[in-house]
Ligand binder design. Structure first.
Ligand code: ATP
Length: 391
């Protein structure tokens, strides 16, 4: 976790931060591949072109085009989009594995674009660890030594790093396999080693680049649950790339949906499914079971009488519509949405059906537009926990 410093920041230490400083703050970020790339973001006419027009006019590709968002402490921030939409380029720009063309980028308030080589190395080794799709394990080392590798690079002594690595290996469920080599493991086990290796250096933020896309569906689900569990237990900040909507909905507190290098919508899963920003997003989420993502707030109305506010099954405000349907069906009466003993409203069968049919209900909060990134409210964050159980 980041440290808070008082007046003045000595060289080599993080800038002063507080709980509200975003972990990553990205503003107007561009990555353009091609000749004279820097002219594209600098010229409003070129910057506004479609990918095909830009390519034919300049032979350039804007892999990331004017992207802005903040990643807040403790959230799982998902970058989702189809192949070629710019996800990997964007996430690699965060630690300058790919050099951005324009825009600003900060970690804990510190300018990443101004970092020198040694500061960047420190950023990648200690502060933002990456988990890759293809594991990147060292084939001749044991599981334990692969996990300890990052600590070795950091200069930690052998006994200490092996002890630390053993604890992390156990944490990701690989006890007993410490002495195996990667070739003797299944794909899921190898990905757990990759995860353990990233966790071993205790980074402030974990960056996942489509880590589970090569795994078969059952193992993939196991790994997703592992991430949910780790996040719940440790509250570590995570940035997670995926092209899989179900994965994004399951893991994300907020999702940035990318198309052609741009973020077309940034919001909670409930906002993205309940109020798609445009036809592209609407089409993207068309087949999502709305009742598993939207919460009862979407379907809630004020109680019509004191009697209605005082009887009927009670639900939490972050219960999903699906959970509410079950409660209402069992009771044969509307359910009350209760918070701290107070009745916020009621949900009845008609309103719940309207949500399922897509004819009623939209999230209470307005969806953020790209560039208006803000943290999830407590309610929405709680809603995310419920959803992680449900999806
Ligand atoms: N080194 C490069 N040179 C030129 N163009 C590139 C380069 N790297 C990526 N691109 C282009 O930038 C765009 C975004 O690529 P990127 O790999 O970031 O997408 P992605 O969403 O991560 O895709 P995938 O899910 O397939 O990995 C694509 O059009 C790609 O062809």
């Amino acid at each position: 976790m980041s440290t808070t410093t008082s007046a003045g920041t000595p060289p080599g230490t993080p800038e002063a931060t507080d709980a509200t400083t975003p972990v990553f703050s990205v503003d107007g970020l561009w990555k353009v591949f091609g000749p004279k790339a820097a002219r594209v973001p600098a010229d409003p006419e070129l910057a506004a072109l479609s990918p095909a027009e830009l390519r034919s006019r300049t032979r350039c590709t804007a892999a990331v085009a004017d992207v802005s968002f903040d990643v807040h402490k403790g959230e799982v921030f998902v970058v989702m989009g189809l192949s070629g939409s710019g996800k990997s380029t964007l996430v690699r720009c965060l630690t300058r594995l790919i050099e951005p063309t324009a825009g600003s980028l900060a970690i804990d308030g510190e300018d990443v674009r101004a970092m020198d080589k040694s500061r960047l190395r420190e950023l990648r080794r200690h502060r933002a660890a990456m988990v890759f799709q293809h594991f990147g394990l060292l084939p001749h080392r044991t599981v334990l030594d692969n996990v300890a590798y990052g600590l070795e690079v950091q200069g930690m002594g052998r006994a200490e790093r092996r002890e630390r690595a053993a604890a992390i290996v156990a944490k990701v469920g690989l006890q007993g396999l410490e002495q195996r080599r990667p070739g003797q493991l299944s794909g899921g086990q190898r990905q757990r080693v990759g995860l353990a290796r990233a966790l071993a250096v205790d980074p402030e933020v974990l960056l996942f680049d489509e880590p589970f896309s090569a795994l078969d569906p059952l193992i993939r689900r196991d790994m997703q649950e592992e991430v949910v569990r780790l996040h719940r237990e440790e509250g570590r900040t995570m940035v997670f790339i995926t092209h899989d909507l179900q994965e994004a909905l399951k893991l994300g507190d907020r999702i940035a949906l990318m198309r052609d290098g741009r973020v077309v919508q940034l919001g909670t899963p409930e906002e993205i499914v309940g109020s798609p920003a445009d036809d592209y997003v609407r089409e993207f989420v068309r087949d999502v079971p709305r009742e598993q993502v939207l919460t009862v707030r979407t379907a809630m109305r004020p109680a019509s009488s004191a009697d209605e506010a005082g009887t009927g099954p009670a639900l939490r405000p972050d219960a999903t519509v699906s959970q509410a349907i079950e409660a209402v069906a069992r009771a044969g009466s509307p359910a009350r949405v209760m918070d701290d003993g107070r009745c916020l409203g009621v949900v009845d069968a008609d309103a719940l059906l309207g949500v399922v049919a897509g004819t009623g209900g939209a999230p209470r909060e307005a969806t953020e537009r790209p560039g208006e990134a803000d943290g999830p409210g407590t309610d929405l964050a709680k809603g995310a926990d419920q959803r992680k159980e449900a999806v």
